[in-house]
Design a protein around this ligand. Structure first.
Ligand SMILES: Cc1ncc(COP(=O)(O)OP(=O)(O)O)c(N)n1
Ligand SMILES: Cc1ncsc1CCOP(=O)(O)O
Ligand SMILES: [Mg+2]
Length: 220
């Protein structure tokens, strides 16, 4: 099993998701700024419906930056490409390659996370199969992904009492609405537009998310 950098339910951490389309030069700058803003555990390259050549070019440019900052680099959807590019891990949804097949292809050390929407059953299945994290969402309306299932923060509390496998909360998360998810038991906040579209830039966004995390931690 891969090691998600938050096992043991310590301080919740940020998990950055790329926009679905990027200009690589512009995004490289934004990515460097975000990583300069504070603690980030993971980055997922989520380029939707883009040619493999573009995903390969982005991985080759961005993965060394993530590595330098100690941030795990995951690919969305494409397990074969993840293997070819030797990234740290992959995120698979319910319509993507099944977890077990992904694990067989990537081996024991890869981080593999699974979308579980708002389903306790999907989470139990993924957890029992060996997923390194389960992702619940969308907790809030998202401008990044059109079709989502509405998730209830209660599922994060249930999961944290049921198992030690980390949970990732996703979907429309902003500095303003993150607190409820942290208080409910999220181990990671997966955020796209809440960072890249933050008014004063991605560096300030990452700093602000970390402040919210610290505030919730000190009030526990
Ligand atoms: C961390 C994380 N959680 C959920 C998703 C959504 O995955 P999926 O349901 O396969 O949808 P797409 O992202 O592929 O559109 C994710 N990517 N990352
Ligand atoms: C990939 C994904 N899965 C559920 S919502 C979502 C999009 C996350 O992006 P944002 O943080 O901008 O809502
Ligand atoms: Mg997917």
């Amino acid at each position: 099993m891969g090691t998600v950098p938050n096992v043991g339910r310590e301080r919740p951490r940020l998990y950055l998701i790329s926009p679905p389309e990027i200009d690589l030069d512009t995004f490289e700058t934004a990515f460097r700024e975000a990583l300069a803003g504070g603690d980030v555990a993971c980055f997922q390259l989520r380029l939707k419906d883009r040619p493999a050549t573009e995903i390969i070019a982005a991985t080759k440019r961005l993965m060394p930056i993530a590595e330098q900052a100690g941030v795990a680099f995951l690919l969305n959807d494409d397990v074969e490409l993840a293997r070819e590019l030797t990234v740290d891990g992959v995120h698979v949804g319910q319509d993507d390659m099944p977890y077990k097949k992904a694990r067989a292809l990537l081996g024991p050390d890869a981080i593999i996370g699974v979308t579980c929407k708002n389903s306790k059953h999907l989470a139990m299945t993924a957890g029992e199969a060996g997923a390194d994290y389960v992702a619940f969402g969308a907790f809030f309306p998202s401008t990044t992904k059109a079709e989502t299932v509405k998730a209830d923060p209660e599922i994060l509390g249930w999961w944290s009492e049921t198992t030690l496998i980390p949970s990732v909360a996703i979907g429309g998360i902003t500095v303003e609405n993150a607190e409820i998810l942290l208080k409910s038991g999220a181990d990671f906040l997966a955020v796209s537009s809440g960072v890249w579209d933050f008014e004063s830039g991605p560096k300030d966004a990452v700093a602000a998310f970390n402040q919210v995390i610290d505030k919730v931690m000190t009030s526990w």
